[in-house]
Design a protein around this ligand. Structure first.
Ligand code: FES
Ligand SMILES: [Fe+2]
Length: 456
């Protein structure tokens, strides 16, 4: 994933070896006469405090070095659990209790269908090595994702048609097939067909597992969903800089959002909320009770935004053009002027393209994947010019994450309003709803029950 970044275990091992070396080294200092007689022995306990101080200093230095190494070279990985962000835990309740309570008592509203047709991210490509198998949840289904020996990623239904074992939990890759952990049936990734039953003379023609149409592009594995089983009518465009390796992986974030999927892209067309929710400086944090505090008033973000759908043959795409500027104590900081193009491709994928004359270029792949009707997994994966120090994209990703978590607090607690009370200046929201409706078909699944009861 990133050659420069050693795993934490390796860093800890190196640190231990160095520390051990230091202890050995200072453990037997010679006396000043150079007689070769170890000083510890002569001074009895006198050397012990010195040794302890050296050990502590060495330990702290190694920790600082490790932290610096991670900061400067390793990708930023910020993976939030479902109750981490956007809930207010008061009166001695834990965040999990607060989250579950919100989920139980929320008013759901008149929802559009829950799973729009389109491409959805299952995981980042680097999370699946050759020969690896993983279990994932997508659109309320369990899938097994595996990378065959040929390097291709395949996605199939997780439950084995024989007796229902989960192929993604303990399954094994054999060539370009996945082998069930229960009785060893093997299914081909290309079409899901069963090609081997180790104890049977004949493999029935109808023995197969459902294969999902998938692609492995821009460092991500995605699946196509259409409620009527239709094949893709458009593809996820390839970001050439990622394929060529000019832009490299610099980190990712993951959030779980308790809302209908459409609420998330609609944010791009909701221009008025930027001036309210996203204007306070990122230093004021993500808790909306405090973001407008007087302490941080001196730092403000300004946004100039335009949202519009694209025309044929890209009518499944839309664009949000953003001009960001920063003021500190009322003075404009031109260095922080950043232009972003957020190109939405279908309901689940957005390319956030950054371009800055000094800080370089890159993209954040923002993906929304419904796990349950009202539970979305949102990931931000950043790829950035390889010759720009990783600290720059890591800062951009962190800043994006702070702004995003402010939206999460709104989404997690809001109700979907099918007929919102809008003013003229909100007109892009209605335009967005009309544009997004193209991803629903008459057969698109709808929420069948009013209250989901699953606790986090
Ligand atoms: S359940 Fe999969 S082989 Fe038996
Ligand atoms: Fe927002």
């Amino acid at each position: 994933m990133d050659g420069l970044c050693m795993s934490r275990r390796k860093v800890a091992a190196v640190a231990l070896v160095v520390l051990w070396g230091l202890v050995i080294h200072v453990g037997e200092p010679l006396d000043s006469m150079g007689t070769g007689s170890p000083l510890w022995r002569k001074t009895g306990l006198i050397g012990a405090p010195t040794r302890a101080v050296v050990c502590v200093v060495a330990g702290i230095s190694l920790l600082i070095l490790g932290w610096l190494h991670r900061l400067l070279f390793c990708p930023l990985e910020l993976l939030r659990s479902p109750d981490d962000v956007g809930y207010i835990a008061e009166d001695g309740r834990s965040r999990a209790q607060a989250a579950n309570e919100v989920r139980r008592r929320r008013k759901i509203g008149e929802l559009p269908p829950i799973y729009p047709n389109g491409w959805y991210r299952v995981m980042d490509s680097h999370m699946l090595q050759v020969g690896e198998v993983k279990n994932a949840t997508v659109l309320g289904e369990q899938v097994a994702v595996f990378r065959g020996d040929n390097g291709k990623a395949y996605v199939v239904d997780a439950y084995c048609p024989h007796l229902g074992a989960n192929l993604g939990v303990g399954g094994r890759v054999v060539g370009d097939c996945i082998e069930c952990p229960f009785h060893g049936w093997q299914f081909r990734g290309e079409d899901g067909k069963c090609v081997k039953i180790p104890y049977a003379e004949k493999v029935p023609e109808f023995a197969k597992v459902r294969r999902w149409t998938s692609c492995d592009v821009n460092g991500q594995i995605l699946v196509w969903f259409h409620c009527d089983g239709l094949e893709p009518t458009w593809n996820v465009p390839e970001q050439q800089e990622i394929t060529r390796g000019d832009w490299v992986y610099r980190g990712r974030t993951e959030h779980f959002i308790n809302a209908h999927i459409e609420e998330i892209p609609e944010n791009a067309a909701d221009i008025a909320h930027l001036a309210h929710l996203h204007t306070p400086g990122i230093v004021s944090g993500v808790d909306l009770r405090y973001t407008n505090s007087k302490t941080w008033e001196f730092i403000r973000h300004d946004w100039k935004v335009k949202w519009e759908p694209e025309s044929d043959p890209n009518s499944h795409c839309s664009r949000m053009l953003v001009k960001h500027s920063l003021t500190v104590f009322g003075r404009h900081w031109p260095l922080m002027d950043i232009d972003v193009v957020a190109r939405q491709v279908g309901p689940g994928v957005v390319f956030l393209l950054f371009e800055h004359s000094f800080f370089g270029k890159g993209v954040i792949m923002h993906c929304v994947t419904p796990l349950e009707p009202l539970l979305q997994c949102v990931s931000h994966t950043i790829f950035y010019q390889a010759n720009v120090p990783p600290l720059v994209p890591k800062f951009i990703l962190r800043a994006e994450c702070i702004q995003f978590e402010r939206d999460v607090m709104i989404w997690n607690n809001k109700k979907y309003i099918s007929k919102p009370l809008l003013v003229k200046e909100d007109s892009a929201i209605q335009k967005h709803r009309r544009w997004f409706s193209q991803f629903y078909s008459p057969g698109s699944p709808r929420l069948a029950y009013q209250h989901d009861t699953l606790d986090f």
